[in-house]
Design a protein around this ligand. Structure first.
Ligand SMILES: Cc1ncc(COP(=O)(O)O)c(C=O)c1O
Length: 360
């Protein structure tokens, strides 16, 4: 059966053997077989996120782990800084407020990255337990320099936890959790990791877990201290996990590590470069501030006034799905994802189809 190929920023294409892995017969989640599966995935996840610290594998989408992050990081009477430059920065703040945190929100123009000075200016007021950053703002296709932000925070505000949403970058762009000195980094299964939706993954520093232990009401399902205790005691996870999805994760993580992280990041970059070249060839401008273009998705400004819904429809009729602009950018921009399993050959095929449309 053919299916429309996904060039949207999630969910993304999943390899047939990874899809098939989900249909393996189930095992009990208290069995030795499951334990081997779970700890095996955790070891592979550490390589993918480049960490030797703590990792979490949760049955939830990425937003669930965002909820876990804020709930576990912020102690009573302390504040959280939420820096938003798009729809997903906004989500961090909504989740913080929804969980009763006292949030200070900074709004930057859409299309701009979060810069170290944006964080510095506000953390200087004091009283913060954490700052939230979106590494790859999927709504604008802007990638912030998380390493530079973390360097600033570590140097000037060593007690502030750095919480990073890498939902649409992990697996497609360089992430060095330990080297960058981050405290929590989370991602979803259905983006550059090229898995079906339903799993969320995170790395967390020892410092993060020590602070979480001082937070009185962490909930239960998303209590990272409890989850860490189960993990360390060899009891995998307190609640029943999505075992079928974990079979898929095990298979896909093997594929990712066989490709190699550097090679995978380079493939994403090559697809990004092709996408930029195609856009410029047709007179389009990119939405992202120069130098901060996302490696996994490109947001293209409709400065030449094409009929975006008609182009999307044309692509769909040829078996390819691209995205309109997100929220307020609908019909003012469109997005082409180059994340997950897509190759340069896949991108060339898409651009052939879009070229045909633009020549009409
Ligand atoms: C940057 C970013 N953060 C968070 C989310 C939410 O992730 P999920 O849909 O897995 O909950 C998304 C989803 O598109 C995203 O792109």
């Amino acid at each position: 059966m053919t299916h429309p190929r996904l060039y949207i920023p999630g969910p993304t294409e999943v390899a047939p053997d990874v899809l098939a892995a989900q249909t393996r017969p189930l095992v009990g989640h208290r069995s030795a077989e499951f334990s081997d599966l779970f700890y095996g995935i955790a070891a592979k996840l550490k390589c993918i996120l480049q960490t030797e610290q703590n990792v979490f594998i949760l049955t939830a989408s990425g937003s669930g782990l965002q909820e876990a992050a804020v709930r576990n990081a912020v102690r009573p009477g302390r504040k959280i800084l939420n820096v938003a430059a798009g729809a997903f920065g906004d989500r961090w703040q909504k989740i913080a407020v929804g969980n009763g945190c006292e949030s200070v929100r900074v709004d930057l123009d859409w299309g701009q990255p979060v810069r170290p000075e944006d964080v510095d200016r506000h953390l200087a007021a004091g009283g913060f337990d954490a700052v939230t950053i979106v590494h790859n703002e999927t709504s604008t296709a802007v990638m912030s320099d998380v390493a530079a932000i973390a360097e600033l925070v570590r140097a000037r505000y060593p007690d502030v936890l750095i919480l990073v949403d890498a939902v649409s970058s992990a697996g497609g762009a360089p992430i060095h959790f330990d080297d960058w000195g981050l405290d929590l980094l989370l991602t979803s299964s259905q983006k550059a990791l090229a898995l079906p939706p339903g799993l969320a993954f995170a790395a967390a520093s020892d410092r993060f877990l020590a602070q979480a232990a001082e937070v009185p009401h962490r909930g239960w399902y998303f209590d990272l201290v409890l989850l860490d205790k189960y993990f360390r005691d060899g009891r995998t996870t307190p609640a029943t996990p999505a075992i079928g999805l974990l079979y898929a994760a095990d298979c896909q993580f093997d594929r990712i590590l066989a490709e190699g992280m550097e090679a995978r990041w380079a493939r994403h970059q090559a697809c990004m470069t092709m996408t930029h070249a195609w856009a410029h060839e047709h007179g389009f401008e990119l939405f992202a501030a120069r130098g901060y273009e996302s490696r996994t998705v490109t947001c293209i400004r409709n400065n030449v006034s094409i009929d975006i819904p008609a182009m999307i429809k044309h692509a769909r009729s040829k078996g390819m799905v691209i995205g309109n602009g997100y929220g307020q950018l609908k019909n003012q921009a469109f997005r082409i994802a180059h994340m997950g399993e897509l190759t340069e050959a896949d991108m060339a095929e898409l651009f052939g189809v879009l070229d045909d449309y633009l020549a009409i």
